[in-house]
Design a protein around this ligand. Structure first.
Ligand SMILES: Cc1cc2nc3c(=O)[nH]c(=O)nc-3n(C[C@H](O)[C@H](O)[C@H](O)COP(=O)(O)OP(=O)(O)OC[C@H]3O[C@@H](n4cnc5c(N)ncnc54)[C@H](O)[C@@H]3O)c2cc1C
Ligand code: FES
Length: 402
């Protein structure tokens, strides 16, 4: 009896297979048509074309942008992501092709309904944010990378209790995580210590209150540096403050905020003497002056060098300031150079230093040892200290900026 059932099942499989073969096209599928490749393309598209459908004002220096697929430019659906990941936004501003990373602050579940939300803080002396605040409005078409970044909960590595330490616009990945906790996408507890200057400057304040009311797995402690308000902590996020609010169960710390905050918080977190691997950092971008970093050759300060860029079959010689990265020099000159994290971490900007001297600060240098030995640099965190020649690898760059 069992044998007959087994034979019948085998027969059924043969019939299904024959039907599939009969239905298949006579000519072989191209690589783009293979279902596995189509799935990979949906999860990790080279580019996403989006359209702004709503702008939300928080204060005069912070706005949220609600984005949907721009079907007119070929994006039908948004790529899924893990709470904590970011998009690299690609823009052309005057002659410069630049990117900036922005954490997706909406829930991953919303991406399945084809929406992302970015919340962007204006940096008054910045390059990209003044442009965004002036130009982005409902209907603006924008281009981004697929979701990227590692600041998400990885159960094999992280504890199931997260203590988040956020400052300023560094709140955005935690807001995505809190929503994912409420809707059941993520199964962790979150205690968030969030530093703002004043009560009026707390970003996503009421939005967080609503999430806290919906889940006892989320706790938020506001820390105000420039103001004393009853019911709020004042000062900075210190080791004592973390001890005061952190749960008694083992926890992982996730940190996200401006670069200056990392320098202070790193010292405080060290005092907690947590086991190795318990502290995760968001990338810090690459702001600040390189001459303030340890190891900078002061003789290069204030100079402008000549940089020859070998880019596919083209050669360009451009000026390269010693206080700006090799990547920014190329962007200023209108070269479409690859970048994603702009923090020395992802390796997308990896290029070959053919001749010349550079400064690659240890604190930002995410290169593998072999790359260091064989003359490869991450252009986003490498500064010229002499005339130099750089070979930029072939990417489908023309496509990346539409
Ligand atoms: C992983 C990650 C997530 C982030 N998430 C958020 C977020 O959710 N919300 C948020 O508000 N911020 C976020 N940021 C910060 C964000 O990426 C930007 O750093 C920030 O918006 C400031 O950008 P800006 O261009 O205005 O300022 P800056 O980057 O400070 O602009 C000044 C720099 O632009 C360059 N520049 C000047 N002129 C030119 C030119 N003509 N051509 C080319 N370059 C030039 C110079 O290098 C100068 O130093 C995140 C950063 C990272 C790394
Ligand atoms: S852009 Fe990621 S390492 Fe340079």
């Amino acid at each position: 009896m069992a044998k007959q059932t087994g034979l019948a099942a085998l027969d059924q499989i043969k019939q299904m297979r024959a039907a599939k073969i009969a239905a298949a096209p006579a000519t072989p599928l191209t690589t783009q048509q293979l279902p596995m490749n189509q799935l990979a393309q949906a999860l990790h598209p080279e580019s996403q074309y989006l359209r702004i459908v709503k702008v939300i004002e928080h204060f005069d220096n912070a706005r949220s942008y609600v984005l949907e697929p721009d079907t007119t430019r070929g994006t039908q659906h948004l790529a899924y992501f893990r709470a904590g990941q970011y998009l690299s936004v690609r823009l052309q501003i005057e002659q410069s092709y630049v990117t900036r990373a922005y954490a997706i602050r909406s829930a991953p579940a919303l991406a399945l309904k084809d929406q992302y939300v970015l919340t962007i803080k204006l940096v008054p002396n910045g390059f990209v944010t003044p442009y965004i605040f002036k130009n982005w409005q409902v209907g603006t078409q924008i281009e981004t990378s697929a979701p990227a970044g590692e600041l998400y909960v990885q159960p094999l590595r992280d504890q199931s209790t997260i203590v988040g330490l956020a400052g300023g616009s560094g709140i955005t990945p935690f807001y995505a995580l809190a929503q994912a906790i409420v809707d059941g996408t993520e199964s962790v507890d979150l205690t968030l210590l969030y530093g703002s200057r004043t009560h009026d400057q707390i970003l996503l304040d009421t939005e967080f209150d609503q999430l806290v009311q919906q889940s006892d797995r989320i706790k938020v402690v506001h820390v105000l540096s420039d103001e004393q308000v009853p019911g709020y902590e004042s000062g900075f996020i210190t080791a004592d403050l973390i001890r005061k609010y952190a749960p008694t169960t083992p926890y992982s710390i996730f940190v996200c905020g401006p670069e200056g905050m990392y320098q202070f918080i790193d010292q405080e977190v060290l005092k907690l003497k947590l086991p190795a691997g318990r502290v995760r950092h968001e990338l810090s971008g690459n702001g600040g002056a390189p001459d303030q970093l340890p190891g900078y050759p002061q003789t290069a300060k204030g100079k402008v060098f000549q940089m020859t860029v070998l880019l596919q079959d083209k050669t360009r010689t451009i000026p390269a300031r010693s206080d700006e990265s090799v990547l920014v020099a190329m962007e200023r000159a209108g070269i479409v150079a690859p970048s994603l994290c702009r923090s020395g971490d992802c390796g997308i900007c990896r290029s070959r230093l053919v001749t010349g001297e550079v400064f690659a600060p240890i604190v930002k240098d995410g290169r593998r040892k072999a790359d260091q030995d064989y003359g490869y640099i991450h252009t986003c965190v490498t500064y010229p200290t002499s005339d130099l020649t750089v070979e930029v690898p072939i990417h489908d760059l023309a496509d990346q900026f539409g």
